[in-house]
Ligand binder design. Structure first.
Ligand SMILES: [Zn+2]
Ligand SMILES: [Zn+2]
Length: 244
């Protein structure tokens, strides 16, 4: 049992689970994360989606077609899938986890993600889980890598090994927040490297991040992994930004 799990078990007894949205004490029948009122505000990624990047087609009658972005730009991952839309309560919960250092919120979100059935992703096809790495400077500032917490939970649930040192972020970049799509792409270019190509050769990899925004970071990671010899990369995130 990891330290986080042990702490979680202890805190469940002392502090009963509370809704991540409003703080109400959760009854066991209401599930793990949210009370019924808050649950109503959460948007899952469902319906017709782009088979590659996973964006939702609102009111689109045509199924299984690529979105404009995937038609125009090369994607190195085979598919990107997310659990939630990155808004309202979920945005707030992810901020508590990532910027508020609330590891217990992170552990709950991670456990929910690990149990989630992502469309078109057969976990038995994959032999390695890799979290999107932080630069060492950012890791020291934050104290933890939120993607590694998500990756560890998924690895345990799906019985797939996780490797957090293979993909490295060797270039310190500005935060992607506030940058436009093309700026994000440029900012992140060449930021990652694979430390040992032998480990990645021929592997189908699951790449984990907390939020898919424009896909620039995930695509750059996938590009690095594919160029280092990975066979296929699927990207899974807790949430994604929906572009209207
Ligand atoms: Zn609530
Ligand atoms: Zn797409």
């Amino acid at each position: 049992m990891s330290l986080i799990e042990a702490l979680n078990d202890v805190s469940d007894v002392i502090f009963p689970p509370q809704c991540l949205g409003c703080g109400e004490i959760l009854r066991p029948q209401n599930g793990k994360l949210f009370c019924p009122d808050c649950k109503e505000q959460i948007k899952f990624i469902t319906g017709d989606i782009c088979p590659v990047c996973g964006t939702i087609f609102p009111d689109s009658p045509a199924k299984s077609h690529l979105c404009g972005n995937c038609l125009e730009n090369k994607t190195y991952y085979s598919c990107a899938r997310a659990v939630f839309s990155y808004e309202t309560i979920i945005l707030h919960a992810i901020h508590q986890f990532k910027y508020g250092n609330n590891i217990s919120v992170g552990a709950m979100l991670a456990s929910f993600m690990a149990d989630f059935s992502f469309p078109d992703v057969a976990f038995t096809d994959y032999s390695l889980i890799i979290p999107v790495p932080l630069h060492i400077k950012r890791l020291r500032q934050r104290g933890f890598n939120q993607s590694l917490i998500l990756a560890r939970s998924l690895a345990k649930k799906r019985q797939i090994p996780v490797n957090f040192s293979l993909l490295k972020r060797h270039k310190f970049t500005l935060t992607q927040t506030g940058l436009h799509k093309t700026e994000r792409k440029q900012n992140i270019k060449g930021a990652f490297e694979v430390s040992d190509k032998k480990i990645i050769a021929g592997k189908n990899v699951i790449l984990i991040d907390d939020v898919y925004t424009t896909g620039a970071t995930i695509n750059e990671c996938a590009k690095t992994l594919i160029k280092a010899g990975a066979q296929k990369v699927a990207a899974l995130t807790l949430a994604r930004v929906l572009h209207s």
